[in-house]
Write a protein that binds this ligand. Sequence first.
Ligand code: WT7
Length: 652
Amino acid sequence: MTQTPTQASDHIDAMLHENRVIAPADDFRAQARVTREDYERRYRQSLDDPDTFWSGVAGELHWFTPWTQVLDWQPPHAQWFVGGQTNIAFNALDRNVARGLGGKTAIIWEAEDGEVRTYTYAELLREVKRAANALTALGVQAGDRVTLYLPLTPEAAIAMLACARIGAVHSVVFGGFSVSALADRINDAQSKVLITADAGQRRGSLVNLKANADEAATLTPSLEKILVVCRADCDAPMQEGRDVWWHDALNAASDDHDALPVDSEHPLFVLYTSGSTGKPKGVQHTTGGYMIGTYLTTQTVFDLKDDDIYWCTADVGWITGHSYSVYGPLLNGATVLMYEGAPNHPDWGRFWHLIQKHRVTILYTAPTAIRSFMRQGDAIPAAYDLSSLRLLGSVGEPINPEAWMWYWRTIGGERCPVVDTWWQTETGSIMLTTLPGAHASKPGSAGLPMFGVEPAIMTHKGEELGPDDGGLLVIKRPWPSMLRTIYGDDDRYRKTYWGEIDGVYFAGDGARRDADGYVTVIGRVDDVLNVSGHRLGTMEIESALVAHPSVAEAAVVGKPDDVKGESVVAFVLPQSGHTVDPKELRAHVSREIGALARPDAIYVADALPKTRSGKIMRRFLRQIAAGKDIQGDTSTLEDPGVLDRLAATDPV
Ligand code: WT7
């Protein structure tokens, strides 16, 4: 169900009236990889002659067998680099070692407690080869699914690359997700092997991932083996015949391994994300196109140079972590910083300390983090040397102009371009942004299409809208890193993305485009919330709520939040004879989904605003949650009085 993107909050209004334009500094422009002229020429070519354009990019990487056709488009199914055989882990590692980068640092990892480990490209390759052999020894074959439930340690990247190396399909589940979320994802993917750790570090305490894995394993018949990374004290109980320590498996494995050439369309990974129904979707990406998309965008959007120290703060549990903490930068031979831990541990200076200590040059983070830092005041970042930074990026949700300006001024010293990047789990790589040496930025607006991307703003009926008209963001042609299907549910793929408006990819976002072609993304138009840059389906949370014995009915909406972008608000109807205990209900949602889905506010209601046909009018609930006066036609409600009663209720 789609809504019109007009229930915008005040900061969205501010965004739409924002008219500052910030051009890249001359010295940045002079050294940039892509100039304005390059962009214009290459963008044109990418649309007019896509075969030549994409062949040129793909030809920079290694193919065991060349492709015979760049694109085979049987809407809504695309195949890219048809007939080609490659391997993304080979391109990220073996290829870089072969071109002389063996001694270059690939990963600098810092744990929350300050421990630092580094891997050169040669060392990382050796670990990935051993892990590939270890997985093979456990019986994992090409095409098999392997679920990863890991903290943000080098082993997460090693495990992903090892899967890719043998053609196994990884499914990374964020370490903050609950037992049932983990079990659902293992079952949906029918994974044979789970890779987890005895613990992860978060805000000074340890999260027992292995205990969750053990519980999930009782619900997941497909699971045969659990590989366990020792992150804490190697004290986790191990089940004979099922559980194997990662270090034992790797120590027993040879460091000799040839990457398996796989078809360009061989599945690389599945990553679950929320949609407008209760069940998360397994977004399926394949090898060749995803590789080319992440390779090209990392290089051009981040203006990547040999001596950059590149830091994307995203966890590998999200697409940003897949594309821009692991695959994109490693394909480019970059040095990547990885930090496992909270941004405010031991204090709010941690990010700035990391930048100073490791001389980070490129920082890619989320608006919610930027707004949290902003709240702590300028004195904190001012106490650190941030002069190594030369480029800043933002991703995950709309960035309000105020936060954009703060990031640019206080973190970037008005010296570093800020790239606001719009994309999705489904798009695989960045779709809209400004290229830092080519384009001026307009705070609050993501910007222009990346190479090969043809966006438009349309009505529900598929009519294209002109400059400044608000509508639905669509993409008019396939691109290499697009999702190929929803794992096990191609029908849902067709309907969700290509069935909403005929012939175009429907992103689920409301947006407008100005006369210069800059696209401002306003937010989701479906029942998906964006809380701190993470996608949550309202129906998922509602199902979790009604699964609690005290709840008869539930409706979940988002409320604009200064830090998180949106926060979760729940309206619940108690089951007769029960009282709702808000503390218990929040804990229940955490157990069912994960802490990030926990409602900030809960309204205990005696009824929900429904139409005569029984449909809940969330529009009104959003207004109540935001503390606004009720606007709109309430005459279709079965009992209009319910709104006054709800508005007079204090949330708990
Ligand atoms: C949704 C996708 C893609 C990486 C992380 C999120 C929102 C993402 C922006 C941006 C405005 C943005 C959209 C999109 N979004 N980036 N720069 N400006 N909105 O991936 O979890 O798949 O969520 O995040 O609403 O549809 P995701």
